[in-house]
Design a protein around this ligand. Structure first.
Ligand code: UD2
Length: 316
């Protein structure tokens, strides 16, 4: 039957086997180019939810006043971990000052700032019931190491303190700034943010780790979204499970001398593939200052600031 089909197409197109293979590949890529990405509807707006019924939070999907009232009664604490090692301490001032204007205003927040340079942590006036603890950690001469060790440090912090001190926890990249409200609408048992550079990309083109030797490996046929490593959140116990699993996977990779394409972000994407987030934050919650605003983004709430990698990272 297959041979007959091949002969039929060959007679129809006049192409050789190689020609037909090329034609097939071209059709495949054209199909991918025109297939709408699974986070936007046919008109280019964000879908209300992921296919597993998890809401995608965006402007218009919640009433800020109402949702604040609901959560006020719950008396919750939101722990927030921020890592600022080496030259990244320069980002702390803008991060914290803009957070104080926009981040869980009116709710109890406890920032945990991990740094190797505690003397460079700026004094920022915190709003009522907002607290900050500086935690000194060893310095590192590889930025990849700093970024991926966040999982291990978060795991230990949760084990030692947060299980008793907080209800929810967010881990946020420090080289970022808040431009708009980030509030209780972002809370859920396991929360991931859709990466601003990949929400219009088909999953075959996501920068997942593609080498089967890595624990972060995701085959081309799989994947829902590409999540940014800059925002991880949820209930303390759920984030603990995530951090512990990713740390274990990172340890196995390290023992096998392999580092995933995007360090802990690759492992996070693997984790979210098999442990789906209960809530997704649209790229309003993880934008990039280098990226122009697009029509589907109604408001930018949190965004990566411009940085010259060569100037601020300890290694290329
Ligand atoms: C992406 C991710 C980041 C992380 C990284 C992979 C987004 C938008 N960003 O950003 O979260 O997953 O890829 O490793 O999703 N840091 C220091 N000192 C350093 C270097 C890094 O404190 O010298 C900390 C700091 O908190 C920073 C974070 O590590 O925010 C991530 O490093 P990055 O922002 O340089 O990584 P980047 O831009 O590649």
């Amino acid at each position: 039957m297959k041979v007959n089909l091949y002969l039929f197409f060959r007679a129809l197109t006049g192409l050789s086997l190689i020609g037909l293979v090329y034609l097939g590949i071209t059709f495949h890529w054209i199909k991918l180019l025109y297939k709408p990405p699974n986070v936007l509807d046919s008109e280019g707006n964000f879908l209300p939810m992921a296919p597993w019924s998890a809401p995608i939070v965006r402007e218009g999907s919640f009433d800020p006043k109402l949702i604040d009232e609901i959560y006020k009664k719950k008396n919750i604490t939101i722990a927030t971990t921020v890592f600022a090692l080496g030259k990244y301490t320069q980002f702390l001032k803008d991060f914290l000052e803009s957070a104080e204007q926009n981040y869980f205003v009116g709710f109890r927040v406890h920032y945990y700032v991990f740094t190797d340079l505690p003397e460079q942590v700026p004094t920022v006036k915190l709003g009522g019931d907002h607290h900050l603890t500086v935690l000194k950690v060893a310095t590192s001469n590889r930025w990849q190491e700093i970024s991926l060790r966040r999982m291990e440090r978060m795991e230990k912090l949760i084990e030692n303190r947060l299980l008793n001190e907080a209800d929810y926890v967010f881990s946020l990249d420090v080289d970022s700034k808040f431009y708009g409200r980030w509030g209780v609408e972002s809370l859920g048992s396991l929360v991931g943010a859709i990466h601003p550079w990949y929400y219009k990309t088909h999953n075959e083109w996501f920068p997942y780790e593609r080498r089967p030797e890595s624990q972060a490996y995701i085959p081309y046929s799989e994947g829902d979204y590409y999540y940014g490593g800059a925002v991880i959140g949820g209930l303390v116990k759920d984030v603990y499970q995530l951090a512990k699993t990713c740390r274990e996977q990172l340890d196995i990779d390290a023992a096998n001398s392999i580092e995933a394409a995007w360090q802990e972000e690759s492992h996070l994407n693997k984790y979210f593939l098999y442990n789906k987030p209960s809530k997704l934050l649209s790229p309003e919650y993880l934008w990039d200052d280098r990226k122009s605003k697009t029509p589907e983004i109604k408001i930018i709430r949190f965004s990566q600031v411009y940085k010259n990698y060569h100037e601020i990272r300890p290694n290329p």
